[in-house]
Design a binder for this molecule. Structure first.
Ligand code: AMP
Ligand code: MN
Ligand code: MN
Ligand code: MN
Length: 281
């Protein structure tokens, strides 16, 4: 049995492990392969790739692209795309800039009621990358306002809370087209994570398939078993593959490496469709 966990984060986005620590953790968790999929950046690929020989863990290079459809947040995983593709880089740059503006506005609002500053938040954010609510949560935890990120998300950082502000993100149908054009393999992340946010209507999931979507992430900590089954049935109907992952974020979430995994034959299909290769020990 080869255990493969294809969706995880490092501190190049909102995880807490460095890419090398993530690879070491993957080895300890008994994984044969890990997918590094930081939000909107590929900056961790080099360090994680360099740790492949010593850890013996293969690296599936990916990215979790921020998207939005009519105010609904959508996360699109892209695997094995050209990291220098100009269209994907332009969308990422626009997202990263808009995320910073949004975070500044949220921190401004939150600081009326809680003792945090913009500089506090910057301490937890990657230097150039997708600054997000988890980094604001880290500042709130450090200030003693909350015990952990999850508590900060319950109200203060919640989309329906009083401090929330939206950021620009790519349309998910355009994202699927751009990922394919960049040689990548698009898989929609946690499409039915209803506890956290509003989710896409089924009709838009079908539009994504028509645009070239390769798979649904069905086995995810934020999915109920009933919703995972709905997605398995829908994937079978459309003839696309399904994946499972932990969506590990280090100490930022309770999710543990190898909590959910994806069969080798699905990963081989991703590699067949993708422009880049998996980095193997
Ligand atoms: P943002 O991209 O800034 O809107 O923040 C969304 C990110 O926050 C997601 O990628 C999750 O990793 C993280 N997140 C969402 N809900 C929670 C939670 N309850 N606890 C910890 N992290 C969370
Ligand atoms: Mn995240
Ligand atoms: Mn996500
Ligand atoms: Mn993720």
């Amino acid at each position: 049995m080869m255990l493969i966990d294809p969706h995880t984060h490092s501190n190049e986005s909102d995880g807490t492990d460095t890419p090398a620590q993530l690879m070491q953790g993957a080895a300890r968790a008994g994984l044969a392969m890990v997918g590094l999929t930081d939000h909107d950046v590929t900056f961790g690929w080099e360090e994680a790739g360099a740790a492949v020989p010593e850890t013996g863990v293969a690296l599936l290079r990916g990215m979790e692209m921020s998207c939005a459809w009519e105010g609904i947040t959508v996360h699109m995983l892209s695997y094995l795309h050209d990291p220098a593709d100009p269209d994907l880089l332009a969308a990422a740059r626009k997202t990263i800039d808009s995320r910073e503006n949004r975070a500044r506005i949220m921190v401004e609002r939150i600081s009326q009621d809680f003792p945090i500053t913009w500089d506090d938040v910057l301490r937890y954010a990657p230097e150039d990358g997708a600054i997000g609510r988890p980094h604001i949560a880290d500042a709130l935890v450090a200030a003693g306002s909350f015990e952990n990120r999850n508590q900060a998300f319950e109200y203060v950082l919640h989309p329906r809370g009083p401090y929330y502000y939206f950021h620009w993100a790519q349309d998910p149908v355009v994202a699927v087209q751009q990922i394919r054009a960049a040689g990548g393999v698009p898989v929609i992340a946690h499409p039915l994570a209803r506890q956290r946010q509003r989710v896409l209507p089924m009709s838009v999931l079908a539009d994504l398939v028509d645009a070239g979507l390769a798979g649904f992430e069905t086995n995810h900590p934020d999915h109920t078993e009933a919703d995972a089954q709905i997605l398995r049935d829908l994937a079978a109907k459309h003839g696309i593959f399904i994946t499972g992952s932990s969506d590990y974020h280090g100490t930022g979430k309770p999710n543990r490496l190898a909590q959910n995994t994806t069969p080798l034959e699905v990963i081989e299909e991703i590699e067949r469709q993708g422009k880049l290769d998996i980095i193997r020990p």
